[in-house]
Design a protein around this ligand. Structure first.
Ligand SMILES: [Zn+2]
Length: 104
């Protein structure tokens, strides 16, 4: 069974086909604190990562990658930030306008 991306709504699997499309998979950080930050970023309730959990590179910004080596790596300290969450997980955006409205 190929590994698949742990992100919400992402169906990318670790296949040769996807590899040829430029989709790479990255394990969660070993560093506990950083790993926790990734888990929080995923916003998956009750989800905890295992040794084999991976995220695909579609959830990272271009600047999160270190492409200086032969293998694409996530920079130390980088966090996944690009997700397509289902509506119930999308936080209402607190805008300045809304705050001003409450004050008046
Ligand atoms: Zn993914």
């Amino acid at each position: 069974m190929p590994q698949s991306c742990a992100a919400w709504g992402c169906t990318n699997r670790r296949t040769i086909e996807n590899r040829s499309r430029g989709i790479t998979f990255h394990r969660f950080p070993k560093n506990k604190e950083l790993r926790r930050q990734w888990e929080v970023a995923l916003r998956r309730e009750g989800f905890s990562t295992s040794e084999s959990s991976v995220l695909c590179n579609e959830h990272f910004k271009p600047e999160d990658f270190d492409r200086t080596g032969p293998i694409e790596r996530i920079r130390d300290g980088a966090k996944p930030s690009i997700f397509s969450f289902p509506p119930h997980l999308q936080r209402p955006v607190a805008t300045r306008k809304a705050e001003a409205f409450e004050e008046s």
